[in-house]
Design a protein around this ligand. Structure first.
Ligand code: 4AD
Ligand code: MG
Length: 460
C-alpha cells in the first residue's frame, strides 16, 4: 500500500489507489469537493477531488470533518491547483473513524503551542508537530549514520546508576523503600535495605561508562536518555532529555572539537537535504531565515575563543547584561547568546574554562586554573554541546577528586582506566532536543520532544 509520500513523488503509478489517512480540511465548491488527506509520511497531504454528481458520495462526504480517518479510492491525476503536482481524482470515500466537530480539540484554526502542550496526545496531528516528529526521527538515525560511518561503536550505558558524573547534584533518586512508612516512623532510610543495597539514581550522563568502552574499542558513542532534577524553568532545559555522547581514545581537545564541528555540520546538511519540505515550513512559519542560518553554519568554520578571552569580550559589553560577567563566572544564557549572535555571528567554540566551574574529570591545564573543556554555542540557543579532554593522569585525577571531597572508593573502576593502559581521550555530549530546537527554529524545548518532563510536568 503506497503512502502519500510515494504518491506525491509519483512513485506509485497504479491505476486505482486507496489513500488512507486523516482529513485536514474539507472545501466545498459548487461542482467539486476537495478533501486534504494526510498520513504523516511527509509534510504535505494529498488533495482528493470529488465531483459533486454522485448522491452516494455526497452523503459520505457530508459526514466528514477535520480529524476523521478515511479511506479514499481514486486515480492519481495531474493537479490544476497550485502547490501540488498531483491529486487524487476520487471515486469513493469510506469513513473509518469520525471526529465530531463539537468536541474534537483540533479545529482548522491555529492553536497556541501552550494549548497544544496540554493536548500533547493529539498535537502530532498538526503541521508543526508532525514536522518536528519527522525531523527528530531522521536526525536520530543520522546520528547513528554519522558515527557508524566513522568507525564508532554504539554502547548502551546504564540508565540507573550510583554515580553523579557531572557532580551537579541534580539527581533523581530511584528507590523501592517505603517512603511513606519511613516518614511515619520517623526513621532515616537504610539504603542497605534498598533494592540496590545502596542509593540509586537515574543517570545524568553515560560519559564515565562510555570512557570505559573507549578504553577498549577506541571510538564509541552513546545515545540515550539523561535525567536532571534541575528546577530551572527555561525554554532550554528538560528533566528528561536525550543525549549523544561520543568518546574517543588517543584524542586531544582539538580532535574532540573537530569531531563536534563535523557532527553538527553533518546533521545540518542532512536536515536541509532530507527534511526539505518540513524545513521549508519551519522557515516560513516558525523562524524566518532558518534555512539560510543553517546553511551559513554549515559552510563557515566555527569560531574559536578561550573562556578568558570570551569573558574579556563580555566585560567590554557589560552594560548589555543583567548578570555582570567576571572571570570565574558560569556563562549565563544571555552571555552565550551574545557570544554566538553578536560576537561570532554563528556557532562559537569556547575553550579552557576555569576548573572550579567544571566537573572533576576534565584535563587540567598547566596554568593550574583552567581545564581542557569546550562548549559549542549557537545563536538563538546558547550551549548545544559540552565536552572536554579527560584527565588521563592518575595522580592528577586523584588529587582533584580529593580536593572536591569525592570518595575515590566509589570511582575505583573509573580510576582503573588511568591505572591500566591509560591514554589521552575525550568526548562531548550533545542534547538531542537542543539540536532539534536549533534545526527547526522551535523556541521551546518542550515542543521538540513528544512528552516533555519538567518540574511540575509529567503528563501523559
Ligand atoms: O554540558 P553537559 O552537562 O555535559 C555532560 O553531560 C558531559 N558528560 C558530556 C560529555 O562530555 N560526554 O551536557 C551536555 C549537553 C549540553 O550541552 C546540552 O546540549 C544538553 O546536554 N543538556 C540538556 N538538554 C536538555 N535539558 C537539560 N536539562 C540539559 N542539560 C544538558
Ligand atoms: Mg554543559
Amino acid at each position: 500500500m503506497p503512502c502519500i509520500k510515494d504518491l506525491l513523488a509519483g512513485l506509485a503509478q497504479t491505476q486505482e489507489v486507496t489513500v488512507r489517512g486523516w482529513v485536514r480540511t474539507k472545501r466545498e465548491l459548487k461542482n467539486i469537493v476537495f478533501l486534504d488527506v494526510y498520513d504523516g509520511s511527509c509534510f504535505n497531504g494529498i488533495q482528493c477531488a470529488f465531483e459533486r454528481a454522485d448522491p452516494d458520495a455526497e452523503a459520505a462526504l457530508a459526514s466528514l470533518s477535520t480529524g476523521c480517518s478515511v479511506a479514499v479510492k481514486g486515480k492519481i491525476a495531474p493537479s490544476l491547483g497550485a502547490g501540488q503536482a498531483v491529486e487524487l481524482a476520487a471515486s469513493s470515500v469510506e469513513l473509518i473513524g469520525s471526529a465530531p466537530a463539537e468536541t474534537y480539540p483540533l479545529q482548522k484554526k491555529q492553536h497556541s503551542f501552550e494549548f497544544l502542550r496540554e493536548n500533547a496526545h493529539l498535537r502530532a496531528r498538526t503541521n508543526t508537530f508532525g514536522a518536528v516528529a519527522r525531523v527528530r526521527s531522521r536526525l536520530a538515525f543520522g546520528v547513528h549514520q554519522f558515527f557508524q560511518e566513522r568507525g564508532f561503536h554504539y554502547v548502551h550505558t546504564p540508565i540507573i546508576t550510583a554515580s553523579d558524573a557531572e557532580g551537579a547534584g541534580a539527581l533523581f533518586q530511584v528507590t523501592t523503600l517505603d517512603l511513606a512508612a519511613l516518614a511515619a516512623s520517623g526513621k532515616a532510610p537504610d539504603y542497605r535495605r534498598d533494592f540496590f543495597e545502596r542509593p540509586g539514581y537515574l543517570t545524568v550522563s553515560g560519559q564515565l561508562e562510555a570512557e570505559t568502552y573507549a578504553s577498549a574499542l577506541s571510538r564509541v558513542y552513546t545515545f540515550g536518555p539523561a535525567f536532571r532534577a534541575e528546577r530551572s524553568n527555561t525554554t532550554r532545559h528538560l528533566a528528561e532529555f536525550w543525549m549523544i555522547e561520543p568518546e574517543t581514545a588517543f584524542a586531544d581537545l582539538e580532535g574532540v572539537m573537530r569531531l563536534a564541528e563535523d557532527f553538527l555540520k553533518y546533521l545540518f546538511g542532512l536536515a536541509l537535504r532530507e527534511c526539505a519540505d518540513d524545513l521549508a515550513f519551519f522557515d516560513s512559519r516558525i523562524k524566518k531565515g532558518l534555512a539560510a542560518s543553517l546553511r551559513a553554519a554549515l559552510e563557515a568554520p566555527f569560531t574559536h575563543i578561550t573562556y578568558t578571552d570570551a569573558v574579556a569580550e563580555l566585560e567590554k559589553n557589560a552594560g548589555a547584561f543583567t548578570f555582570k560577567p567576571f572571570w570565574g563566572c558560569e556563562l549565563q544564557s544571555e552571555h552565550e547568546r551574545f557570544l554566538s549572535e553578536q560576537a561570532a555571528k554563528g556557532p562559537v567554540v569556547i575553550t579552557d574554562f576555569p576548573q572550579e566551574i567544571k566537573p572533576f574529570y576534565m584535563k587540567q591545564n598547566d596554568d593550574g586554573k583552567t581545564v581542557r573543556a569546550m562548549d559549542v554555542l549557537v545563536p538563538r540557543l546558547g550551549e548545544i554541546i559540552g565536552g572536554s579532554q579527560r584527565e588521563e593522569r592518575l595522580d592528577r585525577l586523584e588529587s582533584r577528586m580529593a580536593a572536591l571531597g569525592m570518595n575515590s572508593g566509589d570511582y575505583a573502576w573509573y580510576l582503573d582506566l588511568r591505572r591500566y593502559g591509560t591514554v589521552p581521550h575525550g568526548g562531548f555530549g550533545m542534547g538531542f532536543e537542543r539540536l532539534i530546537q536549533y534545526v527547526t527554529g522551535m523556541a521551546n524545548i518542550r515542543d521538540v520532544i513528544p512528552y516533555p518532563r519538567a518540574a511540575g510536568q509529567a503528563d501523559f
